[in-house]
Design a protein around this ligand. Structure first.
Ligand code: FA5
Length: 344
């Protein structure tokens, strides 16, 4: 048989065989049968050596052409089969459905996070913005901006951690007052929960790392009645019942007048226990009318505007809400204790 005919024969056979291909494995077998080391096209190449120069050139070109056609055809068929396979897999595969809602995350929230979020919701519903603030702050923000000048004895009220760079670990959330007042101007209402640090001796109700939640409201006619209203609303929402509170005069350089709001100890019901140091009351929320100096330092006209501020002891509130007797539980990292609290 002439070389030309042999080539045509291989070509016709390939075209016929390709008609019935329906799988990638079959296609691979065909590829090996034609293009492999012992394949039909490779065989044709080997036969070239028996031809004279002219015939060799002509047949060589034809074989190369055939080889190229076969390679291209196989590549195209291979992509087609793979696409069909992927499509079939997608249709059968029921493992992924991106429209399904995510499974609930396992684990529990820390009791302070639970109370903090609850308070944020309560205050948001009363029109307060919720703000976050740094834990490392300047002395100015922590003291001067809230009317506690350098060398003022009031600095000793909070045993402060000083850093080498002159900054301090925030001793109270009041450190954010100046920044928040400047950010919103007057009128405004905002709360800003945060972690505070004091170099204190630790006992059942004192930690060196604890949480507070500051709140401020500034406007043209804000008075002590507004303050009492918001405190009462907040506490009755948190405890879902009327709770006994008392208001005592309290001194804080950044409020005038200043008060201490105590709540009756929830752990012992007011009879006295280590949590309330046998007194029956827990100091929970100092508050008062913002000192005019603080407003002025934040660029607010203190002749026109008044406001109240409070510094809720968030950690202590969580103790009362969940009946936790010892504050050290919160930072203990003891999951057995911490896992049991849920939103009520
Ligand atoms: C202050 O920190 C004031 N900045 C609060 C304030 C804000 C007053 C705005 C007026 C206006 P005091 O040091 O009392 O105040 O702390 C406030 C609350 O934080 C306390 O009532 C208490 O509930 C909580 N607290 C204070 N120290 C600790 C501590 N070591 N461990 C746990 N809670 C604490």
């Amino acid at each position: 048989m002439e070389m030309k005919d042999k080539i045509e024969q291989v070509k016709a056979r390939f075209q016929e065989e390709m008609q019935s291909i329906c799988g990638t494995e079959e296609l691979e077998k065909i590829r090996v049968a034609y293009l492999g080391k012992k394949g039909l096209i490779t065989d044709l190449m080997k036969n070239l050596k028996d031809l004279n120069a002219d015939a060799k050139r002509e047949a060589g070109q034809q074989i190369n052409q055939l080889k190229q056609q076969v390679s291209e055809f196989i590549a195209a068929k291979s992509s087609e089969l793979e696409a069909a396979l992927a499509q079939a897999r997608l249709q059968q595969d029921t493992r992924y459905d991106i429209s399904l809602p995510a499974k609930p995350v396992t684990g529990t929230l820390h009791p302070i996070t639970i109370v903090q979020r609850e308070l944020e919701d309560i205050f948001r519903s009363m029109g307060f913005a919720v703000e976050d603030f740094k834990e490392v702050v300047t002395e100015y923000d922590n003291f001067e901006a809230v009317n506690i000048p350098k060398y003022h004895p009031a600095r000793d009220m909070q045993d402060t951690y000083y850093l080498d760079n002159g900054q301090v670990l925030k001793t109270h959330t009041s450190a954010a007052q100046n920044t928040i007042l400047r950010k919103y101007g007057a009128p405004c209402r905002a709360i800003f929960p945060g972690r505070c640090f004091r170099n204190e001796a630790i006992d059942a109700s004192h930690e060196n790392t604890f949480f507070q939640m500051e709140g401020i409201m500034v406007g043209e006619d804000i008075s002590i009645s507004n303050l009492i209203y918001f405190m009462k609303t907040m506490l009755s929402e948190v405890f879902q019942k009327d709770i006994t509170v008392r208001l005592r005069p309290g001194f804080f350089p950044f409020v005038e007048p200043g008060f201490e709001l105590d709540i009756q100890c929830h752990v012992c019901g007011g009879t006295g226990c280590p949590t309330c140091k046998q007194g029956g009351w827990i100091e929970l929320c100092p508050c008062g009318m913002i000192h005019p100096n603080v407003l002025t330092m934040a660029g607010i006209d203190s002749e026109k505007y008044t406001g109240f501020a409070f510094g809720l002891g968030l950690t202590r509130l969580a103790m009362m809400k969940f009946g936790i007797r010892d504050i050290r539980v919160f930072n203990s990292g003891n999951l057995k204790s911490l896992e049991q609290f849920t939103i009520q």
